[in-house]
Design a protein around this ligand. Structure first.
Ligand SMILES: CSC[C@@H](O)[C@@H](O)C(=O)COP(=O)(O)O
Ligand SMILES: [Zn+2]
Length: 262
């Protein structure tokens, strides 16, 4: 990831640990979150303040503000919290911020991002409101109860863009079936947390969870992996919607071609 030099990171540090979001390094999370969200906005992933991204570097978690135009964020808008301080806190639901811009509230997606960081040791989590993700959940809805809870696809090259799973090495193969669980949307974002965590427990190797009529959460062990997995998924969601339009199945039984390796 080599974004250009960061924009002006806002007012100089005065208290509030502002130094945590001030860096000339374009790969610093406080620079990278605004840079990535500006890119995601062009893809329709974070339009109208929806969606977002969060990055963990060791103990520190960098989070965007709530309800802001995600493509216009500045490094000085970013919240920082400590996982260790959070773990020590007696009130598990309250957040211990090392830095909070006073004019904002932290993203409503914070507990969902935290689930990826604490339950999967993820280094980055991306939330999109991509049309393709939403459409896939709507198509699944028409498959009826029991068949609407998993997005399954196989025999598509882009599936190789996904890791085999948490603490596993290597990526999925062309003939493997990719399975992304679907949870129901709730009126308030934070209420999704228990269902997202439940899906993580039930699907320990998944790197993503679809939220019906809402979007998708995708994570990875670092920014590169979260971003490329999110891109691969969006590609597959779009393909799946077009396949459905053409009445083509998402799951096919294709015999592996015999090669010198077989
Ligand atoms: C367009 S409102 C969307 C929000 O409710 C939520 O789903 C979301 O994705 C972003 O929440 P935010 O608190 O702005 O980071
Ligand atoms: Zn959302």
């Amino acid at each position: 990831m080599t974004p250009p030099a960061p924009p002006d990171s806002g007012p100089a540090a005065v208290g509030n640990n502002d130094h945590l979001v001030q860096s000339n390094n374009p790969d610093h999370p406080a620079n990278l979150i605004p840079y990535l969200c500006a890119k995601f906005w062009t893809l329709g992933w974070v339009t109208g303040t929806g969606g977002g991204a969060s990055i963990r570097e060791d103990d520190l978690v960098y989070i965007a503000p709530s309800g802001v135009q995600k493509e216009l964020m500045k490094p000085s808008d970013i919240y920082v919290l400590s996982l260790a301080a959070q773990a020590k806190s007696l009130d598990k639901r309250s957040r211990v911020y090392l830095r909070s811009p006073p004019q904002y509230k932290p993203s409503q997606c914070t507990p969902l991002f935290m689930a990826a960081f604490t339950k999967r040791r993820a280094g980055c989590c991306i939330h999109t409101h991509s049309h393709w993700a939403v459409l896939v959940t709507l198509i699944l809805e028409t498959q009826g109860p029991g068949r609407d809870r998993e997005f399954l696809i196989n025999n598509i090259e882009q599936i190789k863009g996904f890791g085999r799973g948490f603490d596993k090495t290597g990526n999925l193969g062309y003939h493997d079936t990719l399975c992304i669980p679907v949870i129901e949307n709730t009126a308030h974002e934070e209420d999704l947390t228990e269902f997202l965590e439940e899906a993580m427990d039930k699907y320990p190797d998944t790197y993503a969870v679809l939220v019906r009529r809402h979007g998708v959460y995708v994570w990875g062990e670092n920014v590169h992996k979260a971003k490329t997995q999110c891109e691969s998924l969006d590609y597959l969601f779009q393909l799946a919607v077009e396949m459905k339009r053409l009445d083509l199945p998402w799951i096919t039984d294709i015999e592996p071609v015999k090669t010198m390796r077989s």
